[in-house]
Design a protein around this ligand. Structure first.
Ligand code: NAD
Ligand code: UDP
Ligand code: UDP
Length: 316
């Protein structure tokens, strides 16, 4: 099959491309390198079945493909809030263009949506039926509301134009190739601990998240794409941790002597988040297999090799 991956030079997209190339597909990676990097896809650059197109999805493009994994969108709060209007354009105009493309070539279209559509949830854990608690005018809204419109567009293209859609609601995902400076909690804590800097815990650290290792997530995306259910389907690891527990786990794995520093909680930061994956289990026969400790170890090794000498813990 010929498969388009938008955002393919990013964190999740590049892991997905590794799997698709491994299965022998013809893969086109579309990316504007806003938060993605060529180094993530470097190993495929000379492969005859791989094609890289530098393109911003807010502009139309004509391609011939069988499937579209639509992942292009900055995912970390630091990056999506840096240029919020651009984030909305990417989610709305970009998704519209990719759905227009899917309609024209009759490709199956998978949207990488997010647990952020649930906002600061007052239902816990979050099932797909829950409609969310999102602030329309806050600093996270460009992303949350952008993804909500993207979901709406996908379902309207399905109803109006028969586009074959799939919608995944992805929960916090981590693993090798996360950016050192992307501001997400797992990468921040690992980089800080490796560099003997205090861990920045926002608020009291009692807010929770559930962390899914990237290989598990990619498996879920591929099962959803190739199965018969449209979704939306939650994809995430239901093991829930407070941010303080995460800090302590990472300290314990790298350097227990590093300090914790409390900083103000960002506006609209969701207090808790945990996926209800009943639907993913039933529809996709999918559930995560990599426990947090194992996934963190692989992620720490990747950061260590990228950060080099500066990352060696001080021996006492
Ligand atoms: P990422 O920032 O590493 O990857 C996004 C990619 O999209 C980057 O390569 C970036 O350069 C590209 N991109 C951004 N805007 C673009 C545009 N206008 N045109 C073309 N390319 C553009 O993020 P990620 O963590 O790999 O996330 C991938 C997708 O999964 C995103 O849609 C994100 O919203 C979704 N998601 C991720 C998580 C997570 O925890 N990582 C959670 C929920 C949803
Ligand atoms: N589009 C695109 N590539 C295609 C087909 C469409 O980028 O191969 C864009 C198109 O430019 C438009 C959007 O997708 O901005 C929606 O397309 P659709 O055909 O649904 O709407 P229309 O062009 O009729 O407004
Ligand atoms: N967080 C933190 N310290 C950091 C980065 C994040 O305490 O250095 C907190 C953040 O306030 C949030 C949680 O960790 O409560 C997850 O943040 P992240 O940006 O990784 O993801 P999201 O908020 O989008 O789930």
């Amino acid at each position: 099959m010929r498969i388009l991956v938008t955002g393919g030079a990013g964190f999740i997209g590049s892991h997905l491309i590794d799997r698709l190339m491994g299965q022998g597909h013809d893969v086109i990676c579309l990316d504007n390198f806003y938060t993605g990097h060529k180094r993530n896809i470097l190993k495929w650059m000379d492969h005859p079945y791989f094609e890289l197109i530098r393109h911003d999805i807010t502009e139309p493009i004509r391609l011939e493909v069988d499937q579209i994994y639509h992942l292009a969108c900055p995912a970390s709060p630091v990056h999506y809030q840096y240029n919020p209007v651009k984030t909305i354009k990417t989610n709305v105009m970009g998704t519209l263009n990719m759905l227009g493309l899917a309609k024209r070539v009759k490709a199956r279209f998978l949207l990488a949506s997010t647990s952020e559509v649930y906002g600061d949830p007052d239902v816990h854990p979050q099932p797909e039926e829950y409609r969310g608690n999102v602030n329309t005018i806050g600093i996270r809204s460009c992303y949350d509301e952008g993804k909500r419109v993207a979901e709406t567009l996908a379902f309207d293209y399905h109803r109006q134009n028969n586009v074959d859609i799939r919608v995944a609601r992805i929960f916090n995902t981590y693993g090798p190739r996360m950016l050192e400076n992307d501001g997400r909690v797992v990468s921040n804590f690992i980089v800080q601990t490796l560099q003997n800097k205090p861990l920045t815990v926002y608020g009291d650290g009692l807010q929770t998240r559930s962390f899914c290792f990237v290989s598990d997530l990619v498996e879920g995306l591929m099962r959803l794409m190739n199965g018969s259910h449209l979704g939306p389907v939650n994809l995430g690891n239901p093991d829930e941790y407070t941010i303080l527990e995460l800090a302590q786990t990472i300290q314990g794995m790298i350097n227990p002597d590093v300090d914790v520093k409390f900083e103000p909680l960002p506006q609209d930061d969701p207090r808790r988040r945990q996926p209800d994956i009943t639907r993913a289990k039933a529809w996709l026969d999918w559930q995560p297999t990599i426990p947090l400790n194992e996934g963190l170890q692989l992620t720490i090794e990747d950061f260590r090799s990228r950060l080099g000498e500066t990352s060696r813990p001080v021996s006492s």
